[in-house]
Design a binder for this molecule. Structure first.
Ligand code: NAI
Ligand code: MG
Length: 360
């Protein structure tokens, strides 16, 4: 499904695969160990995994006063890839706190958040109803977090800066085309709102439209069909006819919202994986958050985290290992006997993990 993106990986045979594990908060601590177990069970499909446990998140912040220790960033630079759980970011402003995942994406220049959303077909040979990938720009848009509160005569006024650059739009565009090239339908839909935000979204749209014509691309993407859709109608059509979409490329905020919405189409956030990818590093991360409502109950669905591990492997070029994981996960979902409560089942995280390990 995906072509290899990470240039430094998989070109040379390696003895071991060093993976940083950052469970962070809440159910991150329950699902990342499950993904680790699955990687360990792959045997000779991947180089022997070597795990490095690393800290980040709200809990560390409350203890140490920082959410992303320098040691974590430095250690990751020595790793071949990483898995991140979820952080519990407070909705109110807390002095000194900023989300470590947003920071990590910046520090490691993980400019693409790639989120495949796929339904499991009733029979292995059938086409899934939903089979799309949201390619979300990961470094700018409103997430540059330049917010200001001022007091005016008529009350408080809040402003945020939204940054869209040609450089970031071009590289996310290339990523989207590259992914589309590796998929049967070869279609890219640009998501924007340039009817209203003609300057920022206009630049995003125009830059991505121009990607196939870039001289360095050399006609490589000529077979990819390019479409575009205003974000609100994209959400509408996503619910009405999800089968029309293949690869959607979007600025940061739209991409975030669209992929959570798309998760509803396949049953649960607990199923949807992602990777944060740059040119040299890839970090798997389930799309869901830390789920405080079910934390500690042992019922978190580990499949999103497990699929995120598979997606990480795919970007590293270990397709056979990734395929094995995805097949095992699909089988468990299709059989429907061992499922966590978010999917209507009664099983525990551990039981779902055991079922996946058995199918491997
Ligand atoms: P959430 O994704 O944590 O939970 C939404 C709903 O889905 C909850 O009912 C939860 O129980 C359920 N759910 C999510 N993942 C599940 C899984 N694996 N198995 C079973 N059920 C699952 O989003 P919410 O509640 O909006 O946010 C909770 C916290 O997570 C907040 O502090 C938020 O800031 C943080 N968050 C972190 C993200 C990240 O680390 N990338 C992403 C989204 C939210
Ligand atoms: Mg989200």
């Amino acid at each position: 499904m995906f072509r290899t993106q990470i240039r430094r990986m998989a070109t040379t045979a390696r003895q071991s695969l060093k993976i940083g594990l950052i469970p962070a908060d809440g159910i991150g601590k329950e699902v990342i160990p499950a993904a680790k177990r699955v990687l360990e069970a792959l045997g000779s499909d991947i180089p022997k995994p070597e795990f490095v446990s690393l800290l980040a998140g709200w809990e560390v912040f409350t203890r140490e006063g920082y959410a992303l220790p320098d040691e974590t960033v430095e250690a990751l630079k020595e790793c071949d890839g990483a898995l991140f759980g979820a952080v519990s970011s407070p909705s109110r402003r807390v002095t000194g706190y900023s989300s470590p995942i947003v920071q990590l994406r910046k520090e490691l220049d993980l400019y693409a958040n790639v989120r495949p959303v796929t339904s499991v077909a009733a029979n292995p040979g059938d086409k899934p109803d939903v089979d799309l990938v949201v390619v979300r720009e990961n470094t700018e848009c409103l997430y540059v977090k330049q917010e200001q509160l001022t007091l005016t005569e008529s009350g408080r006024e809040a402003r945020a800066t939204r940054l869209i650059t040609e450089r970031a739009s071009r590289r996310i565009g290339k990523m989207a085309f590259e992914i589309a090239l590796g998929r049967p339908r070869q279609q890219v839909t640009i998501i924007h709102k340039s009817n209203v935000l003609s300057v920022t979204d206009g630049l995003f749209r125009e830059t991505i439209r121009a990607v196939p014509k870039l001289s360095e691309v050399n006609g490589k993407y000529d077979s990819v069909k390019v479409e575009e859709q205003i974000v609100d109608s994209a959400v509408y059509r996503l619910f009405r006819e999800p089968e029309i979409y293949d690869v959607l490329v979007a600025p940061n905020l739209y991409g975030d919202i669209l992929s959570d919405a798309a998760a509803a189409l396949v049953g649960s956030l607990g199923l949807v994986p992602s990777v944060n990818a740059g040119d040299n590093f890839v970090m798997g991360e389930p799309v869901h958050g830390s789920a405080p409502d079910i934390e500690g109950k042992g019922i978190a669905n580990p499949l999103a985290a497990i699929r995120s591990a598979a997606l990480m492997l795919r970007f590293q070029g270990y397709t056979a290992g990734a395929d094995r994981i995805d097949r095992a996960v699909d089988q468990v979902i299709r059989e429907g006997e061992v499922l966590t409560p978010d999917l209507g089942g009664k099983s525990k995280t551990q039981e779902v993990l055991d079922a996946v390990l058995k199918k491997l």
